[in-house]
Every structure is written in C-alpha cells, then in structure tokens.
Design a protein. Structure first.
Length: 182
C-alpha cells in the first residue's frame, strides 16, 4: 500500500500554486510562439508541460531566471505605477549571466525523461535596450544544458529563442508577445 503524501502547509501550497501558474504562463507562450495545436501541464513531477504540433508531442521543463533572492509571490500587492529608471534596466541586464548559471545548474542536477527540452524564462527585462549584446549572453548562459536536454530555449524580451538542439548551436526565434498583450 502506498503512503499518502504529506499535506502541504498553507504557505507551501500557495507557493506551489504560484509556480504552477508560472509554468502555465510559460507553456502558453511557448505554445503560441511555436504555433502548437495543444498544450497541457503535466501532472507528474517532470516534465512541466507538453505541446502538440502537427508532427509530434514535445516535453518541456520550465524554469525562471531572475534576480538573486527574488521569490515569486513575495511581491507586495499592486502598488500602482512605480518608476523604473534606466539604471535598474542595466542592473537587471548585468544579473542575467549569474541568474542563468543558477537555474541551469539546478536543472542539471535532476533527472528528466529522454527528449525533454528546457525553456528558461529570463525575467530580467530591459525594454529591448540590450538585445544585441544580450542574445550571445543567453546562448552562452544556456550552453551547459545543451548535452542534457534535446533542445534549449530562452524566453526574453517577448521572443522565444532556440539556442541548442541535439547539442549543436542553432539560431531560431519566434515572438511570443503581441501588441494586444499589453
């Protein structure tokens, strides 16, 4: 007989719901960018979601790269418009390499079904100010995952980038944000 899983405390259950909501948002954006027919969250621990295209079902593990120490759900409720000076944009941009290293390293320490793709949502937006210098940083920052995952994507500044496939560098991109999203 299998033991029942331990009950989650209220804070832990809330945090789990927040993370699943983030997974769902990432899944919806990847599905939209890749023009998939269907998308679903996977109820098992791994992978996080699947998308169905005309040819096949792709499995994805999702993660979010953000500022060190930031915990989703800890932000105060809507406080209205807040200024976001250019210096903050640069601070977020400069945090990308360390954020990628943190989340990619964490994913490399886990087991995934063969053929699983990785998508990293880089939640360090800069309003498009550093795109030219940012794209090589994203590719370098995801390189450690290229031999562990079948495909490695990064989502940043409204675009889904494919950087690695079957261990080889590739360069493809699709928008996932549209003007009516704003």
């Amino acid at each position: 007989m299998m033991a029942k899983p331990a009950r989650l405390g209220a804070a832990s259950a809330a945090r789990q719901l927040i993370w699943r909501s983030c997974d769902a948002w990432i899944a919806s954006r990847v599905s939209s960018a890749l023009s998939s027919k269907q998308v679903r969250l996977v109820p098992d621990e791994r992978p996080d979601f699947e998308i169905r295209s005309a040819e096949r079902v792709l499995q994805f593990e999702a993660t979010e790269a953000d500022m060190e120490g930031r915990r989703r759900g800890d932000e105060p409720d809507d406080e209205g418009w807040q200024p976001d000076p250019v210096e903050e944009w640069r601070k977020r941009f400069d945090a990308i390499p360390a954020a990628l290293d943190r989340v990619v390293s964490k994913k490399l320490g886990k087991d995934y079904p063969p053929g699983t793709a990785l998508v990293v949502y880089v939640n360090l937006g800069c309003y498009g100010a550093y795109l030219k210098e940012g794209i090589p940083i994203l590719q370098t920052g995801t390189a450690a995952a290229k031999d562990r995952f079948s495909v490695v994507f990064a989502m940043w500044e409204g675009v889904l980038y494919k950087f690695w496939e079957d261990g080889a560098a590739v360069s493809e991109q699709w928008p996932y944000a549209r003007p009516d999203d704003i």
